[in-house]
Design a protein around this ligand. Structure first.
Ligand SMILES: Cc1cc2nc3c(=O)[nH]c(=O)nc-3n(C[C@H](O)[C@H](O)[C@H](O)COP(=O)(O)OP(=O)(O)OC[C@H]3O[C@@H](n4cnc5c(N)ncnc54)[C@H](O)[C@@H]3O)c2cc1C
Length: 488
């Protein structure tokens, strides 16, 4: 038997990951009534922190890397600022790349990078030529095509490919440049050259911009989603698995949505004018196929990369290397099975017990999708085979934990531009239905927050048009106080 949950909401958000929770936060802040329905027993989706004998491991996101003012504002206004854990290392400190089987420090300034022994003479010449390369016009240009055209293949293989594989689990030969490296493609569009654009921005930065900052949170990344879900205004409901969305037409030619879910209390339904589906693409596809088959099929066609995160804890004395950096990335030419290794205990405090270190490695992605089929022990052995000789590890780990994600990250691959355009076109047939998740607008937490804000603003604007009498109270970001209380 069906029963109504809190009868009717302005907005139902399906999915309690960062995308859904951040959207709900902006909506609630504007005065709209909202509930977040999450199928699992926990909030956070991919984001989850575990504690194992004093080692604090992250199932997915391990830090926020931010340079956007609206993200600063979000953390400030939610009160999450006061839980931030800053990096122990400065952002200028060394990073490593594997080069000819060895760790090679990656210079952190453009001039040092240019004069580094990483590049051949012809590679350097190609970098110097960048301002003279004409603009491209292909909206489907891959990251590899874009970077090779502007900077040459050496820069692609030694800098961009390891970054795209190591941080996005994607394949630069297939990933669509304008969605995966939007800042670089935008610089080309605006200034005709990335070098010229960077120089102009450097000059302007003196007056306007802020430095990029990366940070985690006390008690780990889960603090972000837990604090949001704990806010009663977001109406977070765990164990609510949405299995159907029905459209009801009203007499005045409008319609509302009815969202149905299986819960531990039985089947529940709720009416809402707006629905935000903030789930991975395939879950959204299953809900939308009965309403618009074409949109559902497009969502089903979004490819995801599998990824295993292997966390290893060691006694400090078991490792020769000083671990004086954030870690290392691995170019595909190096033929290693790991994509990268983060030195978590060098990055943030409280990641490992005293005199111990925590290293987190990434196996799989678009580069080695078969790695997801390894058992946990095989994954650990595979990582050890790679990192032991590099770091001079001479004892076994004292802690090992593997997080497997069969669908870790969406890849903005192949004809992604056409897919996204077609999805947006089909979505217009379902007024009041919104898609907000990491298969569009970027996968990072930074991009998720910016995208959630845009989605919420769109809904708030539509609500103002639908109910002009209430519009005065809606969305005045400056007038509202934080809704999560800061700790005393
Ligand atoms: C290994 C890894 C490392 C990463 N590292 C970083 C990093 O260091 N920094 C960074 O910024 N980003 C990182 N990311 C990316 C970032 O963590 C994700 O992109 C982001 O957390 C995804 O959030 P989301 O809300 O879009 O989706 P999800 O977190 O997947 O949330 C979707 C939610 O929808 C729920 N759901 C699905 N179907 C239904 C249904 N029918 N009814 C109700 N609920 C439903 C799911 O249970 C889930 O909770 C990493 C990702 C991975 C996998």
């Amino acid at each position: 038997m069906m029963s109504y949950s809190s009868n009717e909401q302005d907005v139902i958000v399906i999915g309690g990951g960062i995308s859904g929770l951040a959207t709900a936060w902006y909506l609630a802040k504007s005065g709209l009534s909202v509930q977040v329905w999450e199928k699992s027993s926990l909030c956070g989706g991919k984001i989850k922190t575990d504690n194992i004998n004093g080692f604090q491991t992250e199932q997915a996101a391990s830090m926020v890397m931010n340079f956007k003012p609206e993200v600063d504002q979000f953390f400030n206004q939610t009160g999450l600022d006061s839980f931030k854990a800053q990096r122990l290392l400065s952002s200028e400190s060394q990073r490593y790349l594997i080069h000819q089987g060895k760790l090679q420090a990656l210079p952190m300034t453009i001039s040092k990078l240019f004069f580094s022994s990483l590049w051949t003479h012809s590679g350097k010449l190609k970098l110097l030529m960048e301002p003279f390369i004409s603009k491209g016009s292909n909206p489907n240009e891959s990251v590899s095509e874009f970077i090779t055209r502007r900077f040459g293949s050496e820069f692609l293989e030694k800098a961009m490919e390891p970054f795209i594989s190591g941080t996005l689990a994607s394949d630069p030969d297939k990933a669509c440049a304008r969605y995966v490296i939007p800042r670089l493609t935008a610089l080309e569009r605006k200034y005709g050259s990335i070098t010229a654009g960077i120089i102009v921005h450097k000059i302007l930065r003196k007056r306007t911009a802020r430095n990029p900052e990366s940070f985690s949170f006390q008690q780990g990344m889960q603090t972000i989603t837990q604090q949001l879900a704990d806010d009663p205004k977001l109406g977070f409901q765990a164990n609510y698995q949405v299995d159907k969305i029905i459209r009801h037409n009203t007499k005045n030619g409008q319609h509302h949505w009815e969202v149905q879910a299986q819960t531990s209390y039985g089947d529940i339904q709720c009416k809402a004018r707006h629905v935000v589906i903030a789930s991975p693409a395939e879950n959204a596809a299953q809900l939308l196929k009965p309403l618009n088959q074409q949109l559902g099929d497009l969502l089903s066609s979004i490819e995801y990369a599998p990824l295993s995160v292997v966390h290893l804890g060691f006694e400090k004395s078991a490792i020769k290397h000083s671990l004086n950096s954030a870690g290392f990335l691995v170019p595909r030419q190096e033929k290693m099975s790991i994509n990268g290794n983060l030195w978590m205990s060098s990055l943030f405090a409280d990641k490992a017990p005293q005199n111990h270190v925590l290293l987190s490695s990434y196996l799989g992605g678009a580069r080695h999708p078969g790695m997801i089929n390894l058992s946990e022990q095989e994954s650990v052995d595979e990582v050890l085979k790679n990192i032991k000789p590099l770091l001079g590890i001479h004892s076994s780990p004292v802690m090992a934990k593997v997080n497997k994600h069969h669908q870790a990250l969406p890849m903005y691959h192949d004809n992604y531009h056409q897919k996204l355009t077609a999805m947006e076109e089909q979505l217009k047939t379902l007024s009041g239905m919104h898609l907000e998740a990491n298969y569009k607008g970027g996968v990072s937490i930074r991009d998720r927050i910016v995208s959630a804000k845009n989605t919420a603003e769109n809904i708030i604007q539509q609500c103002s048009i639908e109910h002009p009498s209430t519009s005065a109270s809606l969305f005045n970001p400056l007038s509202l106080n934080p809704i999560i209380e800061k700790p005393a």
